[in-house]
Design a protein around this ligand. Structure first.
Ligand code: FEO
Ligand code: CA
Ligand code: CA
Length: 684
């Protein structure tokens, strides 16, 4: 989300060391770090692996020497910036709006109305609002038929309701249907789509696989917090379930064919007006006034069902947790697994992967017999980068399991959660968040937590104690399938100042443009080497800002969505927060093939003024939007992206006719399907 309509974090108050490394250190060091990485292809999951569709699968993990192939090159020229109520894409490409907010996907809701009059039930059976991360799960080898899973991050109340929100001057809500509609506009949509002969994609109405997961859908809890006292609520007396998934931002997918949706800015949906716990204080739960949308203000309404509104107020007001909702927020902040191929399957919250503002969840290089790594960033200023390493070693036979959620149980319930410390010498260490994990003061986490569930509940607090490196807002992460390097977007951090200091991995004060960092895991997977691949900047930025020599044709700010395709093309999406770039272009997608950028010795290099032409602008979104989420068909002929919070898009000439709520029209976040006009693989 780019519109900072609420403060996503309490400032991380931990006193982790900042290394006070200056940019010169970074600049002198960056060239020597990436040695030793040959270009032999490693079998990885790949960003667009054909997982779980019953095919032979591209997700097997044997390391093989591939035949020599010509070096892949981008096959388009960088396009200029654009600031219009339309998308802009490279020459020879076409873009189609698909599955916009409000499009019915199951038979139980009424048709879309452009006056905002659809009710809560309609919304529960239609595409949600503010599309974000998404993934295509193919149902045939060609990838012309499949299931699209789409996150719906948050809502725009003015567009959602005919006259905007009903909240009064005190933030109190009055319409049950409005609040239920808002809850139903959150979550995830699962929808069957097929490619027509015309080259257009079609949503299959009422397909049995179509379904919605909303902010109220019952989900199971798995991992260390399952059946914990800390999950007990009147709705779930044994602590085995939670209701709803909220603020689903980035995403991931597994080699066994499931979707991972990530709960990001969920703390703002809950309030505790009494004394907060250390964990609530650390994560930043609301403590006064009303929550982000005020859903809890309908608590006790005569028509409330199953405490559907009461549960958002986590203030203890009864004798124990089975009588009030003090633990409701403890059921949020997780990676949630969904089986897209099984009708109406129950979603599961995988607590072992930590509880924080998860941006995304990306699986690292897969190797038979080795654990699976899941990377996930905490998107808030001065927060951390995490990884979870499964206890179970990867068995390629699990790529096509009979029970996908049982396979999730196998790999995602037991393992070790780590947080990253980036050291100034270009190395880094993964710090285990376990009872025996060391704290920076020489103790262990068991000095502060009674069990693993307590550590997970306050993951960020444990990471403070361990001595993690505060980052400039970790967003999406992706793995280069050619080199195995892990790339992470750090979107921006304008609060990094003289007082907070910089560190080597986040070296710019007032980092309004963001950067992309990358690392290579060591054999042991407990330490790594890192460098900064590219710094965002406007083309006119000074020498301390435009460190990668960007020009008009690739200037960008606030990298956010990030995805490698299985060929090694890295796609970067932006959620712009800098006027210098925004004055030139709307949010965009850039592409580069990092494994092509090498020096004479074959070592990987970073983006510099000498090679910056390899970073090319591919797509620009409409006015007001964020371009986010990226997935591709297995044959690379269609790319699906999300357009979130556009202003007047899809374009309407009625945009000047203001409604009483001030909403000029109802802009509709949507998926966009991008194809080459000739239907051949895109990007190259
Ligand atoms: Fe929802 Fe971190 O972007
Ligand atoms: Ca963002
Ligand atoms: Ca994001």
């Amino acid at each position: 989300m780019s519109k900072e309509i609420f403060n996503p974090t309490r400032f991380n108050k931990s006193d982790n060391p900042d290394f006070n490394q200056v940019l010169e250190n970074h600049l002198s060091r960056r060239k020597i770090l990436k040695g030793g990485l040959g270009l032999s292809a490693m079998a990885t999951l790949g960003a667009f692996g054909l997982a779980g569709c019953g095919s032979s699968g591209s997700s097997s993990s044997a390391v093989e020497t591939p035949p020599e192939v010509p070096q892949l090159q981008l096959g388009f020229n960088s396009i200029p910036g654009s600031k219009t109520d339309a998308v802009s894409v490279a020459e020879g490409y076409r873009a189609q709006v698909l599955a916009p907010w409000g499009q019915p996907i199951t038979a139980d809701g009424a048709a879309w109305q452009d006056d905002g009059s659809n009710n809560a039930n309609d919304q529960e059976n239609a595409m949600g609002m503010h599309h974000d991360g998404l993934h295509f799960f193919p149902l045939n080898e060609a990838g012309t038929d499949g299931v699209l899973c789409v996150n719906h991050e948050y809502i725009d109340q003015n567009a959602l309701h005919p006259m905007g929100s009903d909240k009064d001057e005190n933030g109190l809500r009055s319409s049950l249907d409005q609040v239920r509609k808002e809850i139903n506009a959150h979550g995830v949509a699962v929808v069957r789509i097929q490619l027509q002969d015309s080259g257009e994609w079609l949503v299959i109405d009422n397909d049995p696989l179509n379904r919605r997961y909303t902010g109220a859908t019952v989900m199971d809890i798995a991992g260390p917090l399952a059946n914990s006292d800390m999950l007990v609520t009147p709705f779930s007396p044994d602590g085995s379930q939670a209701r709803g998934t909220l603020n689903n931002c980035g995403n991931g997918f597994t080699p066994w064919g499931t979707y991972l949706t990530c709960e990001e800015n969920w703390p703002g949906y809950f309030i505790n007006t009494a004394e907060t716990t250390a964990e609530q204080e650390r994560i930043g739960l609301d403590t006064s006034g009303t929550t982000r949308y005020g859903w809890e203000t309908l608590a006790g309404n005569a028509d409330e069902m199953d405490d559907e509104f009461t549960r958002f107020n986590v203030t203890p007001n009864a004798d124990n947790a089975s009588q009030d909702y003090r633990n409701e927020a403890n059921g949020h902040g997780y990676i949630v697994e969904i089986d897209p191929y099984t009708e109406n399957s129950r979603a599961v919250k995988r607590t072992a992967l930590g509880r924080f503002r998860h941006e995304g969840c990306t699986i690292g290089k897969l190797t038979q017999g080795q654990p699976i790594t899941f990377y996930s960033g905490h998107d808030a200023r001065f927060e951390y980068m995490y990884k979870f390493v499964s206890a179970a070693p990867w068995d390629p036979a699990d790529a096509n399991p009979s029970d996908r959620m049982a396979t999730g149980d196998k790999y995602m319930n037991e393992g070790t959660l780590y947080v990253a410390r980036f050291d100034a010498d270009g190395t880094g260490v993964w710090l285990p968040l376990t009872l025996t994990g060391a704290t920076k003061d020489g103790g262990v986490l068991a000095d502060h937590f009674a069990n693993l569930a307590e550590i997970i509940l306050n993951t960020a607090g444990a990471a403070d104690l361990a001595g993690a490196t505060p980052m400039d807002r970790p967003e999406w992460c992706s793995i280069d399938p050619v080199t195995g390097s892990v790339y992470l977007t750090l979107t921006n951090n304008t609060r990094r100042n003289e007082e907070t200091g910089t560190n080597a991995a986040n070296p710019r004060l007032n980092n309004k443009f963001g950067h992309i960092i990358r690392w290579d895991e060591s054999e042991s997977m407990t330490d790594f080497s890192w460098d900064i691949f590219v710094f965002g900047s406007d083309a006119g930025g000074d020498e301390l800002t435009n460190l990668s020599g960007l020009t008009e044709f690739n200037q960008f700010a606030s990298p956010d969505g990030l995805a490698f395709d299985a060929r090694g093309v890295m796609w970067v999406q932006t959620d712009n927060g800098a006027d210098e770039v925004e004055d030139y272009t709307n949010d965009q997608i850039l592409a580069v093939i990092p494994s092509n950028l090498t020096d004479e010795e074959g070592n990987q290099t970073t983006i510099t003024s000498a090679n910056q032409g390899e970073l090319r602008r591919f797509f620009v979104g409409p006015n007001g939007c964020e371009v986010t989420g990226l997935t591709m068909t297995p044959d690379y002929t269609t790319m699906f992206v999300s357009i979130q919070h556009p202003k007047n898009w899809p374009y309407s000439s009625n945009a000047q006719e203001e409604t009483p709520a001030g909403m000029a029209l109802r802009p509709r976040a949507s998926v966009v399907a991008i194809r080459k006009v000739d239907g051949s693989p895109l990007g190259v």
